[in-house]
Design a protein around this ligand. Sequence first.
Ligand code: DOR
Ligand code: ZN
Length: 358
Amino acid sequence: MSAADSSASPSRLVIRQPDDWHVHLRDGAMLADVLPYTIRQFARAIVMPNLSPPAATSGEVAEYRARIMACLPKGSTFTPLMTLYLTDATSPDDLAAGFALGVVTAAKLYPAHATTNSAHGVTAIRGIYPVLERMQEVGMPLLVHGEVTGGDIDIFDREAVFIERVLVPTLRDFPALKLVFEHITTVEAAAFVEAAGENVAATITPHHLQINRNAIFAGGIRPHAYCLPIAKREVHRLALRRAATSGSAKFFLGTDTAPHEVKTKESACGCAGIFNAPHALEAYAMVFEEEGALGRLEGFASEHGPRFYGLPLNESQVVLERQECLVPERIAAGGGEIVPWMAGEVIRWRFAGVQPLG
Ligand code: DOR
Ligand code: ZN
């Protein structure tokens, strides 16, 4: 944060340009319409591979990357960092070749049936041990959707049980594997990551810092507050706020922005996912300010992620100005409409743009 902004409630916030370490950019017409929101604020993004069908080979990842690049406006310097969707059939050789070529930055573990488009996910972690072995050897990050799926486990317990049943044994067997526990939602996950080695980190979304599970049922069922992992009790939200604002390099920004058309959210079986890309940085800034930790936003948003991934820091800055802004009720995209996160609410910051590092 710039020196002039060191007061408790600055009117302007200037930080190194952040990256988003977890986004769903989708494909086709939806990709073209949601990409501008991410590239407006972020210099790079880790792009999730849960398309239908998923991007599950290096070739498919390269093709998806080309479709994203084709949607970028001329002169854009945005860099999509691609991920490969692990299945029971993932080839260690194909994965390692994609990583060596720079086409694939990381691999994403979706336990089968854990979330949107995860039907092709991994059915048992032991089945992909040869893949994890190779990833550990070449230093390729494993990005984890950390939820068990069995119907006997309460939906609010799925993350904590995943730690015991999957994460602990996996890291025991691959102690040097670089691993990002994505979109953590519990006190258990924050504590696990904090206590783990340097090779383990976590992303935290704005919405999990802002809401607890009451928000999903406030006065009726609220499909636009529904995502996976689902928001938990208040004690968990507070633990996430402590972790994000602690200054620990193990925690960094990952929005998990996940657009779905309004008709698929407001339905008898509504999709999981929150579209926060339009005001992601403003949402994080509000949280950090509420915690009296605006001075730590830059580390969380712009430094910890690149350091974990072994990438250079961005040579640009973003400017936020203190100004009340109304979040629109709907945004046109993909031939339909999406309800953005905090629709109809007033936020306290305005994103004023990107400038070269001063
Ligand atoms: O809420 C979510 N939406 N969680 C996920 O893990 C996937 C995402 C999506 O792709 O819609
Ligand atoms: Zn996600």
